[in-house]
Design a protein around this ligand. Structure first.
Ligand code: FAD
Length: 461
């Protein structure tokens, strides 16, 4: 970069000034910096019911989070550099090491990835020192717009996400998360409580990683630093570092798999004759399945834009291979719109996983919409919070309110079928039918080696 020149910094994902190699480079020896972020109307779909296929629409929570994250991210002879800093590894390198194909299991990914080259350097956080913002001539400079200016309606009446966007929030949350060495050292993802909402069981750093308000490399190094100071710690896949590696795993497979976000023409996706049932889909999306555990999670999704990983497991399994047998792509659209951490590679990767379409194939293992949540939260506090209509239901019935005698329903001011819906399906029979249909589809995929035609799928419908 010639001294005295100006640099244009196009912010896309890395909305931060710490550990941001592109920004560091742009700032070096430039006398002026022109920061640029494009608010792309393609993603703006203020209509709260815009779950249509093909639209990468974003809900109010995520747009607000983005705008909050932009507040600090301000930023002839243009030079373009785009170093990899959104992930721990460069997906292209991993794929190349694997002979041109992405590794399809976490373990093979770990073997190929090894330790990142930069990981042995001492823990530092480098904030780019920025030259002044360049002269924009006669162009009008606007502040970061409000959600209303982008066409979203914030009625202020609903409970909105408690998570605020931005780099300072990200770094504060990271500091809080790693402040207990013991918590970091003992972190075991499958042991976390998905119903914990006052103090969630995980870091909630996903929205900050999604927008690049937090560097995943810095997060990784901070955790490694804790590991150096404890006697023993957990390991991947369940450890905290293991979670970051899951993220890189899905980025790598998504990067190297054509049509990763669909069933058709996706070579790693089992072809399954999912039902096209708009009513069941709407009941799931609108938290009206009649299963309080499932509905409470869907309310948390709509209000907070974030739920615990195992809660996501439960609702994704319920919609697809567990109970409703609805296409995973339909659920993916709903998550894509409502999650504040909505991330193309991770969201699609996990829907492929949960629907037993790829990566994980034990379709006989189904989450019970009744007993799974009860194990963690026998009193149903999570349900009472997110579904206040059930707040007075005795704990004996809170996971299956349709079994409560009418006198109990009356006392709890919640009549099933009137104030809260009856179950849309019977879990016992629906899950048996799902297993049968998955078995048939798997057999066909095996016989035809994965290349199942539309006609053959129709034969299974
Ligand atoms: P922590 O447990 O604290 O983990 C730290 C970080 O590791 C996370 O912030 C995230 O970046 C990464 N991570 C953790 N679990 C996973 C995982 N299974 N796969 C990939 N990365 C992981 N995560 C998203 O970030 N965006 C999505 O759109 C998304 N969609 C999902 C859809 C489904 C159906 C399911 C089952 C999971 C999805 N996840 C998604 C993965 C996971 O649920 C979230 O990353 C996690 O719950 C975020 O909470 P946290 O930051 O507290 O996680």
């Amino acid at each position: 970069m010639a001294s005295g020149s100006g640099s244009l910094m196009w912010f896309r994902k890395g909305l931060r000034i710490h550990d941001n190699p592109a920004l560091e480079y742009a700032s070096k020896a430039s006398s002026r910096l022109y920061p640029l972020f494009i608010i792309d109307p393609h993603y703006m779909k203020p209509d709260p019911n815009a779950f249509s296929p093909g639209s990468s629409s974003a809900g109010l929570n995520r747009i607000r989070f983005l705008l909050e994250s932009l507040v600090y991210a301000f930023a002839n002879g243009i030079e373009v550099i785009s170093p990899v800093s959104h992930t721990l590894f460069d997906p292209a390198d991993i794929i190349q090491k694997n002979g041109g194909r992405p590794p399809l299991s976490y373990q093979s990914f770990l073997k190929l990835a090894g330790k990142p080259a930069w990981a042995s350097s001492p823990l530092t956080i480098t904030f780019s020192s920025l030259p002044p913002v360049g002269d924009f001539g006669s162009c009008e400079i606007f502040d970061v717009p409000t959600v209303e200016e982008l066409g979203y309606e914030d009625t202020g009446q609903d409970e909105l996400t408690p998570f605020r966007g931005g780099e300072s929030e990200a770094l504060k949350r990271l500091r809080d998360s790693i402040s207990s060495k013991e918590w970091v050292a003992n972190f075991e993802k499958p042991k976390g409580d998905p119903s914990a909402f006052l103090k969630p069981a995980t870091t909630i750093l996903s929205p900050y990683l999604k927008f690049g308000c937090l560097s995943s490399r810095y997060f990784y190094q901070c955790v490694q630093d804790v590991y150096k100071n404890v006697k023993r710690h957990t390991s991947p896949p369940v450890s905290l570092v293991g979670q970051l590696l899951w993220r890189d795993f899905f980025y790598t497979v998504a990067f190297g798999t054509p049509n990763f976000d669909q069933m058709k023409n996706n070579r790693i996706c089992k072809q399954i004759p999912w039902n096209d049932d708009e009513e069941l889909l709407a009941a799931w999306r609108e938290a009206r399945t009649g299963y309080p555990w499932i509905d409470a999670i869907m309310v948390q999704l709509r209000k907070w834009g974030w739920m615990h990983h195992l809660a996501r497991h439960c609702v994704a399994c319920f919609l697809t291979r567990g109970d409703l047998f609805v296409h995973w792509e339909k659920g993916r659209y709903v998550f894509e719109r409502l999650l504040i951490d909505s991330d193309w590679a991770i969201n699609n990767g996990n829907w492929l996983w949960l629907s037993c379409s790829s990566f994980f194939y034990q379709y006989n293992r189904i989450y019970s919409p009744i007993s799974f949540g009860k194990k963690y939260d026998p009193n149903g506090n999570y349900i009472r919070h997110f579904l206040p209509v059930l707040k007075d239901m005795p704990k004996e019935y809170i996971y299956e309110p349709w079994t409560a005698p009418l006198s109990i329903q009356t006392k709890a001011k919640c009549i099933i079928g009137k104030d809260y819906p009856r179950p849309v399906v019977s879990h016992d029979s629906a899950s048996k039918e799902c297993k049968r249909r998955m078995g048939e589809a798997y057999a066909l995929n095996q016989r035809l080696n994965g290349s199942v035609s539309e006609e053959e799928l129709n034969g299974l419908r």
